[in-house]
Ligand binder design. Sequence first.
Ligand code: ADP
Ligand code: MG
Length: 332
Amino acid sequence: MGEFDLIARYFKRPVRQAVLGVGDDCALMQPRPGTQMAISSDMLVSGRHFFADVNPRTLGHKSLAVNLSDLAACGARPLAFTLALSLPEVNEPWLAAFAEGLLALADAHGCELIGGDTTAGPLNICITVFGEVPVVNGRSQALLRSGAQAGDDIYVSGTLGDARLALNTLLGQIDLPPELLATARARLETPAPRVALGQALCGVATAAIDVSDGLLGDLGHILECSGMGACIEADTAIKLVASYPDSKRATGQFDLKISTEQWRSLALAGGDDYELLFTAPSAQRAAVAQAGQDSLTPVTRIGQIRAECGLQLVDSQGQTLPNHYASFDHFA
Ligand code: ADP
Ligand code: MG
């Protein structure tokens, strides 16, 4: 099978919202009046972002999920995406499964594949997503990293650290019972981008980011862009690890050989969570709870923004904890 048959067979579909899709030199989209376009790219490299032998269906899902998560963090509604694919060979069962995982998530979010590029080479997947955010009275409703204000509450959606727990287990660094590995592995391989929550937070949250490199590292970006500091309750964050024995979701029957320090590290610096980390004034607590309910997404308050620069970590007694949690950095 050649390049063009491959594209036609696996990636060409009739367009619904775009003006023109796969098959010409450019795709065409018509922005709706009163909207701005939100655009983001993420690349997934074999051996770096995923194991070469990972299930292609989950790989297709995750490749788009990490991009949709960026749209979610801006409060954007997904519209379309392009797919640049480098493949070592034409493996049809692999392509069929990859396309199935990718397009199922795309359909679930009404985000259509409108173009891309296909070349031979090491397995590498680069997606660019396009979304829209409303402009109200001339003001963009996009959520930015730069809007956090002193006194704002800090929230995170969903769960933290389970993706990293699965990764560490697959790398042989932690011994996790198969029952717990299955749940944690789903968080690693098929994250659910918080698209509905992001849109519900427009006009409520003051700043937002998606947690891809680790909670504290990504919070650091909000603090830097907003010129603020923060205090985070480490032991509230720990309870958000779904596998943590004391968390509501976990079964306490397993004697996991994981120290409190390791749980903290998973929650605070795990990475690959694809949850939303956001800030909102305390006067908006009811609105934040409503946004969580409307989007069927759990949301937990984990700290507060401060005018003084720096990040303070405290335990459940309010005692300061040392902050030595390094988030992921490709070149560090
Ligand atoms: P060009 O040579 O003009 O860059 P290509 O031959 O690379 O065009 O691609 C032909 C058409 O197929 C284009 O519309 C392009 O957007 C689309 N396309 C190529 N690869 C993919 C892919 N992996 N997924 C979706 N569309 C693709
Ligand atoms: Mg091309």
